[in-house]
Write a protein that binds this ligand. Sequence first.
Ligand code: TIU
Length: 225
Amino acid sequence: MTNSSGIIAAEPEPITLDWTKTALVIIDMQRDFMEPGGFGETLGNDVSQLARAVKPIASVLAAARASGMLVVHTREGHLPDLSDAPPAKVERGAPSLRIGDPGPMGRILIRGEAGHDIIPALYPLDSEIVIDKPGKGAFYATELGEILQNYGVENLLVCGVTTEVCVNTTVREGNDRGYRCVVIGDGCASYFPEFHEMGLKMIKAQGGIFGWVSDSAAILKAMET
Ligand code: TIU
């Protein structure tokens, strides 16, 4: 990084970030959400809706790696004995398979199973941080807050799936903890296009009530200059 800060075109207004105090947080780009046979599909969703987020995330991830920015990947999932899975979550709805049931990519949403892992296109480097989370938010019941504090992080570039569920929950948690959260809009996706759109609008409304919304091209441009 030649410059330690950059101005990102964003809504509701541009934001200047100190890159040395910024982390890229990639939410739950797991086979369980992205591919047929995983948790997302068991809930009745069309998983092909999420593929559009992969390329924008890959472009920002490459730039973050090249610049030495802190990269954090998250994975939603549970211990094999389900001791961290609330019954209220496991019992919810009428999925075709429940959390912990055997599926084509291993047990649904269970740590260590093939379906729980991150898709090959965005696979973490050994040097990158991977946060395993039992809930929708990346701060709840994880070491994320402590890690970000240790690295002196003040700003989060957030992307991943799904926009209105784990991305929104994480941004709300991060905002309340004092982080400036900039969401990479085209690096997020939902099973419901209308929820994606409204999920981004909710973040940037009211003067940026939860944070800012930008896109991959604007982030790359800000990182270049
Ligand atoms: N179902 C759905 O839209 N999302 C989740 O269950 N988890 C995440 O968003 N990662």
